[in-house]
Ligand binder design. Sequence first.
Ligand code: NAD
Ligand code: IPM
Ligand code: MN
Length: 354
Amino acid sequence: MTHSIVVLAGDGVGPEVSAQAVRVLEAVSSRANLGLEFEAALLGGAAIDAVGHPLPDETLAACKAASAVFLGAVGGPKWDTAPVEIRPEVGLLGLRKELGLFANLRPIKTIPALAAVSPLKNERLEGVDILVVRELTGGIYFGKRARSGSAAFDTCEYTVGEIERVCRAAARLARSRRGKITSIDKFNVLDTSRLWRETATRVFRSEFPDLEVEHLLVDAAAMHLLSRPADFDVMVTENMFGDILTDEASMLAGSMGLLPSASLGDGGPGLYEPIHGSAPDIAGQDAANPCGAILSAAMLLRHSCGADEAALAVEAAVDAVLGAGIRTRDIASAGQTAFGTTAFGQAVLERLAL
Ligand code: NAD
Ligand code: IPM
Ligand code: MN
């Protein structure tokens, strides 16, 4: 059986980290006989430069026809003055919406070898293993918005159906983990959050009575994430809260460059991307940490190819590299020589036991 993978390298460090992830996938494919086939396509600023639009029709058609899509990152200062309808980020949001990818899985696990890298006290990091399920195709990202003169507005809208499906997806995942779910909202202020809490409460009570359920307000959740991170199992929340909380949570692991993600819908191709952006401040220097991208490739193997063993082997190889003290610049200790993106990818390949 073959699996066709569309690779959207994107902008900034996107192509640098994607190259390492694809290298690992190629090695896995030939060693485990997975039949992965890769096709490159344009998204974001690279697509604007080439064809004048961040999500070309050709790219969308290729992604819809693929088994899975791998993305580096999009955006950067070069396109910050582009008209709002054709910013690089519009391409990514359009792709998520068109593929119906409503559940964005963002795992955060502390790696013992990196405990010293996190700004948090080591004892707080023991046993941290969180899965944030971020709603990805609704909320303020996709509501009506406009700008006129000296005023502007963005609206946040959610339907019961949108909340139910992401809460169910998160609850099923909680069942396969430690059986705890924390739903995050701002129900003391927002109507969408009142609908969120009502719906989440009903879904969990009626369909998942076996789960331990907690509800938190997002401002308090941002604090609890730092004060008691090991208490959380699955966290489910709306689009923008999930975006913000996961950048915060990356510091539990130690760097933005470490966290992977998988965006899934009801069947159809999944989209796999590190949670970080195009990191314009370090682009072109072979300095980006490719862990988030390589671990996203592992998620692709698990969720889109049913290749659990291969996924575990990739994760183990990354752990082994970090365990051996190999570091990119973002996670290196003072005075330590950092590996470049490519050399780090090579080190992962060398430890791939398949
Ligand atoms: P960013 O995630 O690109 O960078 C934030 C900080 O983290 C920077 O200091 C950067 O150097 C560091 N960082 C990020 N990835 C890293 C890696 N792999 N290794 C080491 N350090 C890393 O966020 P930003 O600077 O706010 O945004 C830059 C651009 O990226 C913007 O145009 C934004 O819209 C876009 N963006 C895209 C995505 C995506 O494509 N999924 C995600 C976030 C931001
Ligand atoms: C992310 C990014 C995107 C988001 C941007 C680039 C649209 O920050 O994937 O986390 O906000 O979803
Ligand atoms: Mn983000």
